[in-house]
Design a protein around this ligand. Structure first.
Ligand SMILES: [Zn+2]
Ligand SMILES: [Zn+2]
Ligand SMILES: [Zn+2]
Length: 246
């Protein structure tokens, strides 16, 4: 499978409107600190699935030449993970969407003007799309009662995407997340920031060690990092357009 990080930013994106911090200035000058909102493309020989549809989706589809998707999976009902779905309006009809019941109820009310094909799924129960196996698992992202991450299997290859989460991931999820070939991990800020909705980089590194991840890439990154080219000397940060093949 091929994975592209379409958007590696946090809720506000980088640059943050009105901010003149070093990361935002680098982003404004065209540097890799520029981060659009969360979306990940998972592609196989049979098609393309989007994990979340952040508000910058139109720009991401154009930039990465994505003219059609076969399905969308929503991890949770936060604006920065679903609001871009409206960009399919008059572009692609009847897009199949997958998620937990409460997540779909919430998002589809916002997207009342759209006509997606709804597919309710349960946590820890695999389903199949584009020749790959997908499984949602519970994470911990207060105040949302049920927020999920995604496991994608392609033969013996395993991708784990944490979605938005703090470090208090349920034990059963930690078990099913074990030994990923690639872990794409929420790490919103350096460790000087202690946040209750997300992990910082130290917590992400601890999780990667606990899971025995072969490789870990951080995403959902805020402007609180130093400019990207400096930050990557210390942390394995993703960037918009980063591609991985498993
Ligand atoms: Zn988010
Ligand atoms: Zn800033
Ligand atoms: Zn969130």
């Amino acid at each position: 499978m091929r994975i592209v990080l379409l958007g590696t930013g946090d809720t506000v994106g980088t640059p943050k409107i009105g901010c003149t911090c070093p990361a935002c200035l680098d982003a404004l000058a065209g540097g890799k600190s520029a981060r659009s909102r969360f979306s990940i493309l998972v592609e196989s020989d049979e098609g393309r699935v989007l994990i979340d549809t952040g508000p910058d989706l139109r720009y991401q589809l154009l930039r990465f030449g994505i003219d059609h998707v076969d399905a969308v999976i929503w991890t949770h009902g936060h604006y920065d993970h679903y609001a871009g779905f409206g960009e399919f309006y008059r572009v692609q009809d009847r897009v199949p969407v997958y998620g937990l019941k409460d997540t779909l109820d919430y998002i589809l009310e916002y997207l009342y003007f759209m006509d997606p094909v709804r597919n309710d799924v349960s946590v820890y129960e695999p389903f199949h799309l584009i020749g790959l196996e997908f499984t949602l698992f519970l994470v911990c992202h207060p105040p949302i009662p049920q927020s999920t991450g995604v496991i994608v299997r392609d033969g013996d290859k395993k991708l784990v995407i944490t979605g938005d989460t703090n470090k208090h991931i349920p034990k059963h999820s930690i078990e099913v997340m074990q030994k990923p070939d690639l872990l794409i991990c929420d790490a919103i800020a350096p460790p000087i920031f202690d946040l209750d909705k997300h992990m910082n980089t130290a917590e992400a590194e601890e999780l990667a060690a606990e899971l025995h991840a072969k490789k870990m890439v951080m995403t959902h990154l805020s402007h609180m990092f130093p400019p990207h080219n400096l930050a990557v000397k210390q942390w394995n940060l993703g960037y918009d357009g980063m591609e991985q093949v498993l």
